[in-house]
Design a protein around this ligand. Structure first.
Ligand SMILES: Cc1cc2nc3c(=O)[nH]c(=O)nc-3n(C[C@H](O)[C@H](O)[C@H](O)COP(=O)(O)OP(=O)(O)OC[C@H]3O[C@@H](n4cnc5c(N)ncnc54)[C@H](O)[C@@H]3O)c2cc1C
Length: 356
């Protein structure tokens, strides 16, 4: 087969006995799923490795019941769970292969060459897989930042993700945090007949202005510029003392104050990281290691499903180009070098002109 030939995947492929995968994708969130559809549609054997027991990423695990309203083509919104299920069905139909409850450990370089491409070995906690390209789409790793003042209570009334409650029946809920996740949680509780007191460390919540307006208009009460300094049981309720001297009583606390950095995991992969600990990528979503791409929340400033999709799709197409026409990579690098040289010449000329 010529390098440039494209095949669609054959239903009879014995995926358990292929010598290597064209593409291994780590993470079955929006970015990884979009990448997997794109590579499989182009006839590349594609394996997705996912740490959890099912696909979907954050929309499935953090806000399955929320109606997502900012995805083009869904004027009435779509829940995180439904969106995840639809994309998963599409991926299965395209013959993407999945390994669930398996975690990436590291990615090794090998001496084995396939069509001028050195193969990589993806090592997980359950096995290892040879492949030509790797796409990392592990998102934020889902380890929520915790509050020790609440954890010390060892109470079932403290949640670090939205509890699955259909109707709050007038219960008082404290939501901690002022970002999008915390504001979304508050809106959901208010819509389900709960009362919300929102505690925000910053003077002005960082989340979307329109979501904050929805919280306020639905009766949510904001305690801005303060934190919880003490928490204790008060009968069936919790009493939370704030730095502003007030005490708020509640039936339940939902904490949404972001996630721990995934820096440690990323460092193991030996890819270049940015100052904030996220992965550095070039305009082709390739990391500092050739043939390893990174897409979605793992590196991005704009954390949205559609952006994760778009990046996954682009990286998949770049991976496809590199697999089907190996010289494309060199051409793209040469072009980048030329652009850099032109840039340098322009700044040298400007410097020269400004000299006294
Ligand atoms: C509360 C909340 C509400 C949001 N609302 C919206 C919204 O309305 N609209 C919108 O567009 N965006 C929204 N977002 C943002 C959006 O969900 C993310 O930008 C998007 O999920 C990023 O996709 P991803 O694939 O990069 O990462 P993720 O969704 O985080 O998926 C990464 C996947 O990788 C897996 N993984 C992690 N580590 C490993 C490992 N070592 N090995 C194997 N697998 C691993 C994880 O289990 C996960 O399944 C919201 C986010 C939150 C938290």
């Amino acid at each position: 087969m010529k390098d440039s030939e494209v095949t669609t995947l054959d239903k009879d492929i014995d995926f358990n006995n292929i010598p290597y995968w064209d593409v291994v994708i780590i993470g079955a969130g929006p970015a990884g799923m979009a990448a997997s559809l794109t590579t499989a549609h182009r006839g590349l054997t594609t394996l997705v490795i996912e740490a959890k027991d099912s696909p979907g990423g954050q929309p499935q695990f953090l806000y399955a019941e929320k109606r997502i309203i900012d995805i083009p083509g869904f004027p009435d919104g779509i829940t995180g769970a439904e969106l995840s299920a639809r994309v998963f069905r599409q991926a299965l139909d395209s013959l993407v292969q999945f390994h669930f409850e398996e975690e990436l450990v590291e990615i090794e370089d090998t001496e084995q060459i396939e069509k001028e491409d050195p193969l990589k070995r993806v090592v997980t906690n359950k096995g290892s897989y040879l492949c030509r390209k790797v796409i990392i789409a592990v998102g934020l790793l889902h380890f929520p930042r915790k509050l020790s003042v609440l954890d010390d209570l060892h109470s079932k009334k403290v949640y670090y993700k939205n509890p699955k409650i259909g109707d709050y029946n007038g219960q008082r809920i404290v939501v901690v945090g002022g970002g999008d996740s915390a504001l979304d949680a508050a809106v959901m509780i208010l819509e389900r007949n709960g009362y919300v007191d929102q505690i925000v460390r910053e003077d002005v919540p960082e989340g979307k202005v329109d979501t904050l307006a929805r919280v306020r208009n639905s009766g949510g009460v904001l305690f801005a510029g303060c934190e919880i300094i003490n928490a204790e049981f008060a009968g069936d309720m919790l009493a939370l003392k704030l730095t502003n001297g007030q005490t708020v009583n509640c039936d339940m606390v939902v904490v949404q104050i972001g996630f721990l950095s995934a820096k440690e995991t990323f460092q193991r992969l030996k890819v270049r990281l940015k100052a904030d600990g996220s992965m550095a990528v070039d305009p082709y979503y390739e990391t500092s290691r050739n043939g390893i791409f990174a897409v979605g929340d793992v590196h991005g400033d704009i954390k949205l499903i559609t952006v994760a999709w778009a990046e996954g799709i682009q990286a998949a197409i770049y991976a496809f180009k590199e697999i089907t026409s190996p010289y494309w990579l060199n051409e793209k690098r040469l072009r980048d070098q030329r652009i850099t040289l032109i840039g340098e010449k322009i700044s040298q000329a400007a410097e020269h002109k400004n000299r006294p």
